[in-house]
Each structure stands twice: as C-alpha cells, then as structure tokens.
Design a protein around this ligand. Structure first.
Ligand code: SF4
Length: 359
C-alpha cells in the first residue's frame, strides 16, 4: 500500500523534474525557472523544501547559526521608498546607541553564546569611518573568537578597506533588485544599482564575506525581475543571501501596498539553496512577522541562520523598517532562549559558533 506522497512521487510532474534538475545542475534555463516559480502546487512545493533541506544538511547539518543583531542607529541620509527610517519620515523617533551601549550588547551577547555580532544601521555619517573602525577593533579585542558583520550601507572603497583592516569579517548589503528600472522605482534618484554593485564587488575583492539579497513581493516586482536577481546572485556567488517578504510601513509612499507572501518567500529560499548550496541563508525576522512560525518554516525550506535581536529593548521599537516587526519587547536572553526552543522543536540546534560561510 502506497502513501499519498509515494503515489504522488510515482507520478512525476514537470515541476518535480525541474526541481531534480535544479538540484543537480544548480540552475535552470530561464523558461523552466519561470514555470517552476509560477506553477508550483502544494505537493510540489513540499518536494522543493525537502530537497533544499537535504542540500543544506549536506553542507551544514542540523546546525542553525545565531547572529546577534545590534541596531545601533536609525538615522539615515537616504530616502528609500519602502523604508520606515527613510530620512523624510518625520515620525521616526531617531536614536543612536553610544559606544558603551554597543559594547555592552556584545558583552551580554557573548555570555549568551553569540559568536557573531551584526552592527546594523541606516547610512548615518555621524558614525565616521574612524568611529566604526574604533568600534570594530574594540569588539574584536574583547571577543577575538567572534565575527563582526557590518550592515551600514554604501561607502567608498577606502572606507571598506579601513573597516576590514580594523577586523570586520563580513558585510551585508542587500542589492534589493538588480534590474535598473525596478531599482529606480524603489529608490530616489541619487541611488543607483551600479554603485550598489560596485560596493558589493569592492567588498568581495577586499576580502569580506559578503551578503546581498532582496525583498520578496516588493512594489513593481515581476517574476522576470526576481529571476534576474536569482541569476545575478548565482553568478556573484555571495557568502550570504538575505531575503524576506516586503512589508509596508505606514509612513512611506508604499504604505498601502500588499505584503510579499509567506509562500513566495519559502519557494525562493529553497530555490536559492539549490542554486547556492553552501550559502548562509537567514530565516529573517520579516518572515517571522508575516507568520508566527515563519522562521521555522524558513529553516525547513533550506535556511540555516537566525538573527535574534541584541539591541537594548528601549530602542527596539524605533528601528522600524516595516510595520508590525516582532520581538521588540523581549530581552536578549529571552530572544536567545525562544529561538533555541523554536529550533529544537523542529529538530535543529542553534550553535555557539562563528558560523563562517563554506562558499
Ligand atoms: S533602506 Fe537602508 S539606506 Fe534606505 S532609507 Fe532605509 S536604512 Fe536608509
């Protein structure tokens, strides 16, 4: 007697063959990829997740890497149309953490088992290269076995070199969309995809482990744009890829747009895992915001990183890139414990390790 899923597997659909081919070849011709992304049934999606999960286990086992996120400034000189802390949002309650507060977050995080600290902020030039370098070297001095990741936007190559020389290990800079027309629809004139890609290439050449990525379901996004992103990332071969659903923020021009969906984000996580088997792939807070078990589902679809918040609780609800963000009230220790329990429940284990990329 066969189970339903065994009977389903016997009747191989075109999408099942596409998933097998994607896993074997790490790519698909454009029309095949389009069909896969647009015609997946629920059963086929389950097969896609299963394959992505297996590939992730081949390289990273059941370990889930923890990143301690420190949102140290919500000032930003930019005006990205989708972002709640864009400079023209007069309702944003601005803050900057002091050096001591940032170091305190790291010290507490270290005790809790974090071995990567992600310093994330808007593009805030109050934090000069010198200040950032000072911070990075002090964190590395206190915690030499930890990795420091920066996520502070576009700067000149010389700045990136200085950060790297100060000891920073990784840099996250989502490209958001590789298509220039779409990029223009999401960003003000002064920002260009050319400069963003220049930054990514500089970072990579300097020696950083580099992360890029995009929102899923952002305004004006098409399947073609998404495929362009997938092919760009496969060619660029980043060490990390961050994706999450677009979620509107009430004080932005996109306040009345629909959010990206859980389903599309999970499909893309799996496709990204199959195209980039060794990449570090977070199940993001945005995914946990659109569904209570979003992060768990992300891990089961091929992700292998979670990023609990280490920022002081007093500022958490001020770093609102989008509405409804979760985990704004819990202390760092609670977030850490909560994440551990969530992962154990689905058969994975958070580990106290730097979790470097195997790309
Ligand atoms: S997305 Fe980043 S660069 Fe753009 S406005 Fe928001 S914080 Fe600033």
């Amino acid at each position: 007697m066969h189970t339903v899923s065994e009977r389903f597997m016997e009747k191989r659909t075109d999408n099942i063959s596409r998933i097998d081919r994607l896993r074997a070849d790490r790519t698909l011709p454009r029309e095949q990829l389009r069909l896969l992304l647009t015609t997946l049934s629920e059963e086929e999606a389950a097969y896609l997740y299963k394959n992505a999960d297996e590939v992730r286990k081949e390289h990273y086992g059941e370990d889930v890497f923890l990143r301690g996120l420190i949102e140290f400034t919500n000032y930003c000189r930019n005006d990205c149309l989708y972002c709640g802390i864009r400079r023209s949002n007069k309702n944003a309650d601005r803050y900057r953490l002091t050096t001591e507060e940032i170091l305190d977050c790291c010290d507490k995080g270290y005790v809790l088992g974090f071995r990567t600290f992600v310093l994330q902020g808007g593009e805030d030039l109050f934090f000069t290269d010198e200040k950032i370098c000072g911070l990075v070297s002090e964190i590395k001095k206190r915690h030499p076995d930890c990795a420091v990741t920066l996520s502070i936007g576009e700067r000149p190559r010389e700045s990136y070199e200085a950060f790297f020389n100060a000891g920073a290990d990784r840099y996250l800079l989502r490209h958001e969309t590789i298509n220039p027309v779409h990029y223009r629809q999401l960003h003000p004139e002064e920002l260009t995809i050319e400069n963003r890609v220049r930054c990514l290439r500089d970072l990579r050449e300097i020696g950083f482990q580099v992360g890029c990525g995009m929102m899923v379901g952002s305004p004006f996004q098409t399947v073609d744009y998404l495929m362009d992103d997938l092919y760009f990332m496969a060619e660029f071969r980043p060490h990390m890829i961050g994706i999450g659903p677009f979620i509107p923020h009430g004080d932005t021009p996109f306040h009345d747009r629909e959010s990206g969906t859980l389903q599309d984000t999970l499909h893309l996580l799996s496709v990204i895992r199959l195209m980039n088997p060794r990449v570090l792939l977070p199940a993001t807070t945005a995914l946990g915001t659109i569904h209570p078990l979003g992060r768990e589902m992300g891990i089961q679809a091929g992700a292998n990183v979670v990023m609990p918040n280490l920022s002081p609780t007093g500022v958490r609800d001020k770093y609102m890139l989008y509405d409804g963000k979760i985990c704004t009230g819990d202390e760092a220790a609670e977030c850490r414990r909560c994440m551990e329990l969530r992962m154990e429940k689905i058969g994975y284990h958070v580990v106290a390790a730097r979790g470097d990329s195997k790309v």
